[in-house]
Ligand binder design. Structure first.
Ligand code: FE2
Length: 293
């Protein structure tokens, strides 16, 4: 997916780029099938609930350990007051993260397909390193909101280089919780960073008090995306997705890429063990910055 000059200009103007038809629908189907297998094999007794409310994320050791693992996270509303799943396990998962692209061959091939590698090169990522991957389920009826945020908060480099490559594996619409983004919002400052706390756990470090756009307000526009659409998201771009109360899931896959020419801070929450360094699109292994452990 080599981008045209016009597309690169749109990217630079808006901080996002929507590319319908960039990804083969059959490849999307293969990923959906592989995710089903991972969830089927997942032992639900080792529960981790993913909530977009920061406290849960902050206190969840399983989340912190997922940077170099394949971990299933339940929706916050998956369980009733008795701790029983409200619907099937397969319809209760929020996401799988965060090293699918390095640990699972199907996800490895999907993440490193030429369409994504060429798009990354087109927008000037010199030394791409695949940092994080997430399979997002947004299940029917209980799919949770993802509050307005900037990805550089969680995936920081110095200078900031992270770009999200988001793929609609199913049609994403306003009804089932598509992405919303602020055109040009990538030119606003980074509000905060999510960092490891030297005393244990994690914390947010406030950097700028400019408010993020309010969900439902006029600054955010919906990025409706038919199956097979590739969406590029700048790390500073404020974006949000709503709950899914419809009867259709909105499955998506996202891989975040950084430029290996930038420094990767040791206080980032996502750290890799030494035998699993960040790799590029060509699969070369190279340690980036100060990955610890
Ligand atoms: Fe995001």
């Amino acid at each position: 997916m080599v981008l045209s000059a016009t597309q690169v200009q749109q990217w630079e103007r808006d901080g996002f780029l929507v590319l319908p038809g960039a990804i083969d629908p059959a490849a999307c189907d293969r990923l959906v099938g592989r995710a089903e297998e991972i969830v089927e094999a997942f032992d639900a007794s080792t529960v981790s609930v993913f909530s977009t409310h920061e406290q849960t994320r902050t206190s969840d050791e399983q989340f912190l350990a997922s940077g170099d693992a394949i971990t299933c996270f339940f929706e916050a509303d998956a369980f009733d007051e008795h701790g029983t799943l409200r619907q099937d396990k397969a319809q209760s998962i929020n996401k799988i993260g965060h090293a699918l692209h390095d640990l699972d061959p199907t996800f490895d091939a999907f993440s490193r397909q030429p369409a994504i590698a060429e798009a990354a090169a087109s927008i000037g990522i010199q030394d791409p390193k695949l940092l994080q991957s997430m399979y997002i389920f947004k299940p029917p009826r209980i799919g949770g909101e993802v509050t307005c945020h900037q990805d550089s908060t969680f995936l920081y480099t110095d200078p900031m280089t992270v770009v999200g490559f988001w793929v609609a594996l199913q049609d994403a619409t306003v009804e089932n919780g598509c992405l919303w983004a602020q055109p040009g919002g990538h030119r606003t400052p980074l509000r905060r960073r999510f960092v490891l706390d030297p005393s244990g756990g994690t914390r947010f470090e406030d950097l700028d008090d400019t408010p993020l756009p309010e969900p439902g307000g006029p600054e955010l526009v919906p990025l409706e995306a038919p199956k097979g659409t590739l969406v590029l998201l700048h790390g500073l771009l404020p974006h949000w997705s709503d709950v899914n109360r419809s009867d259709r899931s909105r499955q998506a896959y996202t891989v975040h890429v950084i430029d290996g020419t930038a420094a990767y801070p040791a206080e980032n929450w996502l750290q890799r063990r030494g035998d699993l360094p960040f790799r590029g699109f060509d699969g070369r292994t190279e340690v980036v910055g100060s990955t610890n452990c």
